[in-house]
Design a protein around this ligand. Structure first.
Ligand SMILES: *Cc1c(COP(=O)(O)O)cnc(C)c1O
Length: 253
């Protein structure tokens, strides 16, 4: 995995980078509002998570200055170090990538939403550690909707059992893992139409399992820089956008 860039490696100077990041943020906000309107959705239902894995803490801070207060990282170590380096209370952190159980304890002080719960073992470890630390943490189950073997995510046919297991866990008075919904990624190289069908599938799975288990799963985390309009059309409540915000800032090639 690529190392996040620092300002010495940017494609432009610092003042330009700050302006580009602010412009990109505003353009995405406008685009999200426009797509939401076309779909008859309220923009306030859609949270934009700025994925900052490409850049270091300093450049990440410029996206926060632009107005992005939800930040997503795929590596827990990077999330932790930015949580400490930035220490800004307005930031809500999102662990969007694969998480190993031995990384859970150190990650939780950032109070991140956990997007990629892909096994019962990870779910149990999170619930146990949330309980020990008296933290109430929101989590999403990552579902494999792309039917590619290489893709991560829980197979659809295991979703019911993991949610039933979670429903049966003893809930402490304070803290604990709160499952709030589902997350997915469209398969690599899928075109807009294929991505949209996969997002529709995730929404259908959510609707079905909600009824079946009498569980509330309001959050759908789906859509990235290349396919977020399709995700919004299919009901995304969290979209995870990285590259688009750093256009003109990241070195090309
Ligand atoms: C990197 C990443 C994103 C953002 O992708 P972009 O194409 O840069 O917008 C979204 N979700 C996950 C899980 C990622 O790892």
């Amino acid at each position: 995995m690529a190392v996040p860039i620092s300002k010495q490696q940017m494609a432009c100077d610092e003042a330009t980078a700050k302006r580009l990041i602010a412009d990109n943020w505003n353009l995405v906000q406008e685009s999200v509002a426009e797509v939401a309107k076309q779909c008859g959705r309220d923009t306030s239902e859609i949270r934009v998570v700025g994925v900052t894995k490409y850049v270091d803490a300093e450049i990440t801070g410029w996206l926060v200055d632009a107005g992005c207060h939800d930040l997503g990282e795929n590596r827990p170590q990077l999330l932790e170090s930015k949580f400490e380096a930035l220490a800004r209370p307005e930031i809500r952190w999102h662990q969007i990538g694969n998480l190993q159980r031995n990384k859970v304890r150190r990650l939780l002080p950032a109070n991140p939403m956990i997007h990629a719960i892909t096994s019962q073992r990870l779910l149990d470890a999170l619930h146990q550690e949330c309980t020990l630390q008296s933290r109430s943490i929101e989590g999403l189950i990552e579902v494999n909707i792309s039917e590619e073997e290489a893709k991560t995510g829980l197979p659809v046919n295991q979703l019911e059992s993991i949610l039933r297991h979670w429903q049966d866990l003893p809930q402490p008075k304070t803290g604990g893992l709160q499952i709030r919904g589902l997350m997915a990624m469209a398969g690599w190289g899928t075109d807009q139409d294929a991505a949209r069908r996969q997002f529709a599938k995730l929404a259908e799975i959510r609707d079905r399992i909600q009824n079946q288990l009498a569980i509330e799963l309001p959050e759908l985390s789906m859509g990235m820089s290349g396919d977020y309009p399709a995700a919004i059309a299919e009901g995304a409540t969290l979209i995870r956008i990285g590259t688009r915000f750093f256009q003109g800032v990241l070195p090309t090639g």
